[in-house]
Design a protein around this ligand. Sequence first.
Ligand SMILES: [Zn+2]
Length: 161
Amino acid sequence: MKLAIGILGTLLVFAQLGEAQTKDSSALRNPGDITPLVEADRESYAVFGATPAQERALRAQIRLMHPEVLPLRVFFVPHSKYIDNARIFQLHVPTGYASLMFTHLPSRTVFIDNDRYIGEDWLGHWIAHELGHLAKNSPKEEDAEKAAREFRKCLKDPGNK
Ligand SMILES: [Zn+2]
């Protein structure tokens, strides 16, 4: 029963965010967008709830970090939704990590607390941590941080791959 409630809650969030995404994505598709097809294919993860600027920054950062394992979807959510989802996914993280982003590894879904968003540097720093969880396929913070350190080097020096 607990699981059923969890799934229902998730679907509600997905439905709401899906609506928001429809509005945002029209603004993103413009004739000047000449992203090569191959690159677009490789980056076929979905971003929900982000402003066009946030989505652009996120995709640029992930492209620079070039992770072997991409998320399938990234949700920018208000704090209350973030807390709901953390509960739905029965998130258990040490204090200090819980309040910004988390990754649900089985579904490769990243949640970002959009009320904590303070800019693109913040985004790059913490998304590197989440990509670290995905790269190591590990819920351990030490594993994620180890991989994140390498990813962050790519952010600082894009020429150094
Ligand atoms: Zn973590």
